[in-house]
Design a protein around this ligand. Sequence first.
Ligand SMILES: C[S@@+](CC[C@H](N)C(=O)[O-])C[C@H]1O[C@@H](n2cnc3c(N)ncnc32)[C@H](O)[C@@H]1O
Length: 335
Amino acid sequence: MPVTYKVLTPHDLDTIVSPRGEFARAVLLGLSKHEKSLPSRYFYDDEGSRLFQRIMHLDEYYPTGCERCILENHRDDLADLLAGEPFNLVDLGSGDGSKTNLLLSRFLERRLSFRYVPIDISEAAVSEQAGRLETTWPELEVRGIVAEYFDGLLWHSRDGSRRNLVLFLGSNIGNFRRSEARTFLRTMWSLLADGDLLLTGFDLKKNIDVMMRAYNDREGVTREFNLNLLRRINRELGGSFDIGKWRHYATYDVFSGAMESYLVSRVEQEVEIREINQRFHFDPFEPIHTEYSYKFLEIDIEELGADTGFLIEDQFYDDRKYFVDSLWRVEKPIA
Ligand SMILES: C[S@@+](CC[C@H](N)C(=O)[O-])C[C@H]1O[C@@H](n2cnc3c(N)ncnc32)[C@H](O)[C@@H]1O
């Protein structure tokens, strides 16, 4: 018999698992583990993105207010750094872009020459934001990209002639485990050019009660945001999750320094997911881990920057020092 071999591509895998291959694979993998989990990036279908926009307006969810205050106070510092030559303002995981608008308005007022590049996996987020921007600032050049962070950044970097200021706001970096955050930032560094800037939002360690309230709001919007992941499996993958049999649970792990979100089964139950042809058993009180939101000390941020090839240019804090937008510059050795 002739010996052959085939290198499987992501496309091949998609065709054997299901048309919604990537999500289906992640669900299959996550729910097959002994300690079940689902990746947090699947929170953001259209419904999830809308729920997150409501979270951002909750009193308990302090990161939004903190970051607004930081951007208001420091947008001229950023404008000063960027004035003089054309640049790209790249917004990774742009969401509704409401905080970014603070920068856009000031950069336009100061007549800086720039293009705005929002990158988000949620098509609803990018298209709705693009619509709003067209109405508010018709003179603004917008090149939205619906993609994973790095697919989008890779696509964007084909045109490498301008300097970039990359925004990674809203403490998205906290959704990665420590080692993943390093890998993420290293990859970012490799896709950017010497002198490019990165502004990352880090949620700082603080009173545990303040953090607990932020992830357990009184209106229950965070609960609905978490449960939407099961609804999404029902909608897209033919799941049979009975939402009433699940509860949202968010707590702070003092050892890891992360707020962690779970969905906990209220009863013993079986759930079928047709698209992947599987049934999953859940014991009473069995959790599915859905999100990490790591909190940082200043020293953690300094080490992260140094370990991943960046130079820390500045640290912009809010008044209570709950949050920091950390401005880093890419440093590449001379070839
Ligand atoms: C927590 S929200 C932050 C939105 C905005 N940057 C802010 O600070 O208000 C996260 C956003 O990142 C997007 N997102 C999450 N994971 C992503 C990924 N892997 N690639 C691209 N976008 C992603 C979501 O769709 C969502 O709009």
